[in-house]
Ligand binder design. Structure first.
Ligand code: ARG
Length: 461
């Protein structure tokens, strides 16, 4: 292979088996445009240091522009003999500008500092797409919460009726983790905005090239402080994969709620036809496949993170070829999220809630028992006793198959002299929700206040 980036010290070319194992063009071609952007920046650094004349630099940029155009219109693709994107593009450049000029670009750089830089550029670009998609999902959740500001539903712990809550409170509870994911992406960006270019193979360049110039050209804040760290570290990639996995896990929890709410037994939501699927055998079926795929793909996103961490574990410094394995998992996380988030947002935006049914079920299962205990505390009883009295009332009602508010005056008095009939004032779901008015509580005023904070935090990212 005449175009290979190495070979002079070898008596023979690579075996076909080695070539097949080594080849990475089927995934690193996705970095071709970044490779060319890096080459533009590197040409400037070479010219600034006196290794390219003004004319050579100008011809180099023109040649690279021609490559970029050919990559974007698909006329330039990696060939079967190309080992990786870097080699393929160097060959194409040489074909474009000739071996004399084309052969000068590789001075002072290595595929090791190139690849570490290009991966960051790719992740930074896609972090913006993912952040936009996350924001759209948050918007869809807030819009649903806004459409149901007063609706009350059963709040659950252990999946059992616990205390009534506003549907808006529950929906917004799913938006907060996504806002934190947005903030995680933003925080990650600061660590990712460091350019390994100029680190060479591991030790830096001896040609007096300026890594800050390259960093500026590529939109990074600064070059790596340590060329070995720059070329060998992949924590920035792993952190990105973690954020992807966390987004997947957050979606999976929301998905699970949607799946349960959509069962016949719950009947809290109906999915829009455009965001649900049918069965090939059962004509009546309407399935929550988007939610199930979100749940399933969260496993895949976790796998991408753990696989990458396993690759990095105990890897000695500096660059090792193992690091080539960083790309496929994190590229897969990107593709997965970019297809999942828009579908999930569409599913949420088009959910139809049966708020009547939610309200009807909200007081059932003795979900107002805490309100009885709190009412007794407000009347001066120690909570321990109040808990006992309310618990006795629950037991009384359960044995008779009635709800708390259905116990008559005599029954209340029989359980405790403190259970006067006006206890029924707190036995409404509206009263219960309104009473939880501390910061972060489910009272309407607090949920509205929280909504404003949520939107402000999402938009600040
Ligand atoms: N394809 C490699 C990677 O993805 C970059 C090339 C470095 N190769 C090498 N033999 N040093 O990490």
């Amino acid at each position: 292979n005449d175009g290979a980036l190495w070979g002079a010290r070898f008596a023979s070319g690579p075996s076909p088996e080695l070539a097949a194992l080594s080849r990475s063009t089927h995934f690193d071609w996705a970095l071709a445009s970044y490779d060319i952007a890096g080459s533009h920046a590197h040409a400037k650094a070479l010219a600034a240091a006196g290794y390219l004349t003004a004319d050579e630099e100008q011809r180099m940029h023109a040649g690279l522009d021609a490559l970029a155009a050919a990559v974007s219109d698909g006329t330039l693709v990696a060939g079967p003999d190309d080992e990786d994107v870097h080699g393929a593009l160097e060959q194409a450049l040489i074909a474009e500008v000739g071996p004399e000029l084309g052969g000068k670009l590789r001075a002072g750089r290595s595929r090791n500092d190139q690849i570490a830089t290009l991966v960051r550029l790719h992740l930074l670009d896609h972090s913006r797409v993912i952040a936009r998609d996350l924001l759209r999902l948050v918007d869809a959740i807030v819009a649903q919460a806004d459409a149901h500001r007063a609706a009350i539903m059963p709040g659950r712990t252990h999946l059992q009726h616990a205390q009534p809550v506003l549907l808006a409170h529950h929906l917004q509870a799913h938006a907060w983790p996504l806002v934190r994911d947005l903030e995680r992406l933003r925080d990650w960006t600061a660590r990712a905005a460091v350019s390994p270019y100029g680190g060479g193979a591991l030790a830096g360049s001896s040609l007096g090239l300026d890594p800050q110039l390259v960093a500026d050209e590529l939109g990074f804040a600064r070059p790596s402080e340590n060329s070995m760290d720059g070329t060998a570290a992949r924590d920035v990639v792993a952190e990105f994969a973690y954020i992807g996995a966390q987004i997947g896990v957050d979606l999976s929890r929301f998905a699970e709620d949607v799946i349960i709410w959509n069962t016949r037994e719950f009947g809290f939501v109906q999915l829009h036809d455009a965001y649900s699927t049918g069965s090939s055998i059962m004509p009546q079926k309407k399935n929550p496949d988007i939610a199930e795929l979100a749940r399933g793909k969260s496993g895949r996103l976790i796998g991408n993170l753990t696989g990458l961490l396993a690759t990095l574990k105990a890897l000695p410094l500096a660059y090792n070829r193992d690091l080539q394995e960083d790309k496929e998992p994190v590229f897969d996380s990107i593709v997965t999220l970019e297809v999942l988030l828009p579908a999930f947002a569409g599913m949420i935006a088009t959910l139809r809630f049966d708020t009547e049914r939610m309200a009807q079920l909200a007081p059932q299962g003795f979900s107002l028992a805490t309100d009885v205990a709190d009412w007794l505390v407000r009347k001066g009883r120690p909570f321990r006793e109040a808990h006992e009295i309310s618990g006795a009332l629950v037991r009384f009602c359960e044995e008779r198959g009635i709800e708390l508010h259905e116990a008559d005056d005599a029954a209340l008095a029989g359980i405790s002299a403190d259970l006067t009939p006006d206890v029924r004032d707190v036995l409404t779901i509206e009263g219960s929700v309104a009473s939880r008015s501390g910061v972060g509580g489910t009272a309407g005023v607090r949920v509205d206040e929280q909504r404003a904070e949520l939107v402000a935090r999402a938009q600040a990212v």
